[in-house]
Structure formats: structure tokens, C-alpha cells
Design a protein around this ligand. Structure first.
Ligand SMILES: Nc1nc2c(ncn2[C@@H]2O[C@H](COP(=O)(O)OP(=O)(O)OP(=O)(O)O)[C@@H](O)[C@H]2O)c(=O)[nH]1
Ligand SMILES: [Mg+2]
Ligand SMILES: [Zn+2]
Length: 324
């Protein structure tokens, strides 16, 4: 029997669900040799090689997936890994091999906060994952506010991030978003109520149905799903779905990660007088000079200072806890 190449789509308890390159699902045990001896911790998105142990995988998606079982013989090296909030559980991988994170916010209802966007971007820089800032509900903006949103968008575009202004209600920007997602593995994150589910349902009408099916077939409550789940998109590609992603990006940041998470700081830091410049009150700081000259966006700099205060506070807390 030959080996199949597959993608891990789900992990529940001691089992994983994988989908081979023909779109067939099979279940694999996580208690095998590979996981005990080599201490591999699997995540959804992992590319694996599977040996069939029982029958053939079902011919179509309509057939029950539980029939086909396999053994994971090898896990390919990860291109990247997206980590969950660190205070939740240290270094837990939410998803491996992510092509991009779609950071969805809303123009209105609730209006986005630049500092939140910046914070999530810091986490993505740390994990080395591409980000696209998706500003939804643009239909709610009048001409003046829209111009303001466009300006914010330009700030991120100049830093090399992709930015899309979209509306699930009017359809604006949805073609571009669909094209971006098709054929890629995307993780959708963002605050509650910004329209993540609505967007996915409009873009890929099959998605809602499939998530419903999967959790019912499981017979377990949502909260027992300990990791993310990959959902196949019509036209190719995957989207990651997990309630836990709401907390994504809200971990404790350390000061070094923070500096590395702002592209403009990384670029300018070598020009600061001090090698370990915090870009705060130090003399001859190239970052502050650039803010004053208007070449670095002031709100981005304010985000940095605010996040730095947060990082300093949590570091002080950690140190106090250690002394106790
Ligand atoms: N005007 C307008 N309303 C929208 C748009 N997209 C979504 N909404 C509305 O925003 C509300 C929240 O949408 P959801 O899709 O549930 O938001 P969500 O991001 O999935 O929220 P959580 O699941 O709580 O994280 C719903 O009432 C939607 O109808 C849009 O483009 N324009
Ligand atoms: Mg939702
Ligand atoms: Zn500096």
C-alpha cells in the first residue's frame, strides 16, 4: 500500500483528521511511535505522509470519513507556525503553514482601533506570517470618513502590507478578497462583530454548512475542540476556523519582539545613536526624527509607545511574581 500526502485538518483528542490531495478524509491515531518517540506535536495545516491501515479512503465527501484510518508516518518541516496567545498556554501552535492572516476589522460598528491592528501585526511579524488588513463594512462610511479610512490603509500599504476595503453588504472588494484566498491557507482573525462570518458566508456559500456538519458529526461541544480546524474552500485553498483565534495577538509582548514587530523601526534602528535605542527619550533617535519629519506615521509610533508601556508593565509583573 502506498503512502498518501495529506494535510491535517482537525485534531480532536488523540485523533487527527487528514485530507489527502484528492480531497478524501481519513482518521489517524496520534498515539503512535512517531508522536511518542519523536515528540512531534501535530497542528492543523501540517503536511504529513500517511499509510493506510484500513480499507480505502471514501470515494467522495458524502461517505462517512470514519471508515478510513491511517497512520501518520512523517510530518514535513513547517514553513511557519501561528501561535496562540501566550498567556493561554505557552507556545501553542494554532496552525502550521499559514499563507496569510486576514486581519478583519470594520470601518464602523465597531470602528477599528489602529493600536489593535498594530498589536496583531507585531505577533505576525514574530511568527513570520503575511498579513492582509481587511476593512469591512465600508458601505457604512460616508465620503469623508471613507477618505480617512483610505489614508489609514495607505499607511499600512507603504509598510508593505496588503489592505482591502470591502463590504459584505454591498459586495465591494469581494472579488479581490476571494482571489486572495483561493488556493491559499488563510486564517481569519479580528474582533467580534466586524463581519468575519458574514464575509466567509458571502464569499464561500458552502463554508457555513460544512462547519455545521463537522461539529454535529463530532457529537462534542464546541469547547472541546482544542485546536483550530481547516475548512476546504470551493475553488481550492483553506480557511482556518476556531473560536480561540479571537484572543489571537493579545499575548504579552516582550520589548525585543515589539521593536521587531514594527517594520519602520527595524528599518530605522541602525541609524539611531544607541544600538539598543528604545526610540523613546534617547538622544539622536532616528525614529523620533522621522516622526517629526513626517516620514514615519505618528499613530504607528504612538501604538509602539503604548504597546511598550504595556510590555514594561507585564514585565514588571512577571518579575514581581518571580520574587514572591
Ligand atoms: N453594514 C454592514 N454590516 C455588516 C457587514 N458585514 C457584516 N455585517 C453585520 O455585522 C454583524 C456582525 O457580523 P458577524 O459576521 O457575525 O461578525 P463576526 O466578525 O463573525 O463576529 P464574531 O463571530 O462574534 O467574532 C452582523 O449583523 C452582520 O450582518 C457589512 O459589510 N456591512
Ligand atoms: Mg463569527
Ligand atoms: Zn531610536
Amino acid at each position: 500500500m502506498g503512502r498518501l500526502s495529506a494535510t491535517v485538518t482537525k485534531i480532536v483528542g488523540n485523533e487527527s483528521e487528514v485530507e489527502d490531495d484528492q480531497g478524501r478524509t481519513l482518521r489517524c491515531d496520534l498515539r503512535g511511535r512517531l508522536f511518542r518517540r519523536k515528540r512531534v506535536r501535530l497542528a492543523v495545516g501540517d503536511r504529513v505522509e500517511v499509510e493506510l491501515v484500513e480499507g480505502e479512503p471514501p470515494a467522495s465527501e458524502e461517505d462517512p470519513p470514519a471508515e478510513a484510518r491511517g497512520v501518520i508516518e512523517a510530518v514535513r518541516p513547517r514553513r511557519n507556525a501561528m501561535h496562540r496567545a501566550r498567556d493561554f498556554k505557552r507556545d501553542q501552535v494554532v496552525c502550521a503553514n499559514v499563507d496569510q492572516v486576514l486581519l478583519v476589522v470594520a470601518a464602523f460598528d465597531p470602528p477599528y482601533k489602529r493600536a489593535f491592528i498594530d498589536r496583531v501585526l507585531v505577533g505576525l511579524e514574530r511568527d513570520g506570517i503575511e498579513a492582509c488588513v481587511v476593512i469591512n463594512k465600508i458601505d457604512l462610511a460616508d465620503a469623508e470618513y471613507r477618505a480617512f479610512v483610505e489614508e489609514d490603509g495607505e499607511v499600512y500599504r507603504r509598510l508593505g502590507y496588503r489592505v482591502l476595503l470591502v463590504s459584505a453588504a454591498s459586495g465591494e472588494g469581494l472579488e479581490a478578497l476571494r482571489a486572495l484566498m483561493t488556493g491559499s491557507l488563510s486564517a481569519v482573525v479580528g474582533p467580534s462583530g466586524v463581519g468575519k462570518s458574514t464575509l466567509l458566508n458571502v464569499l464561500f456559500p458552502g463554508v457555513r454548512l460544512r462547519t455545521g456538519e463537522v461539529s454535529e458529526a463530532d457529537g462534542r461541544g464546541r469547547h472541546t475542540t482544542t485546536s483550530a480546524e481547516l475548512i476546504r474552500l470551493e475553488g481550492g485553498g483553506w480557511v482556518v476556523d476556531t473560536p480561540g483565534l479571537r484572543a489571537f495577538g493579545l499575548w504579552d509582548l516582550d520589548l525585543e519582539e515589539l521593536k521587531q514587530g514594527f517594520r519602520e523601526l527595524v528599518e530605522l534602528a541602525p541609524s539611531c545613536k544607541f544600538r539598543d535605542c528604545a526610540h523613546n527619550a534617547e538622544p539622536k533617535c532616528a525614529v523620533r526624527a522621522a516622526v517629526e519629519a513626517g516620514t514615519v506615521d505618528e499613530e504607528r509610533y504612538e501604538s509602539y509607545l503604548k504597546l511598550r508601556d504595556d510590555a514594561l508593565a507585564s514585565e514588571a509583573e512577571r518579575q514581581a511574581a518571580r520574587r514572591r
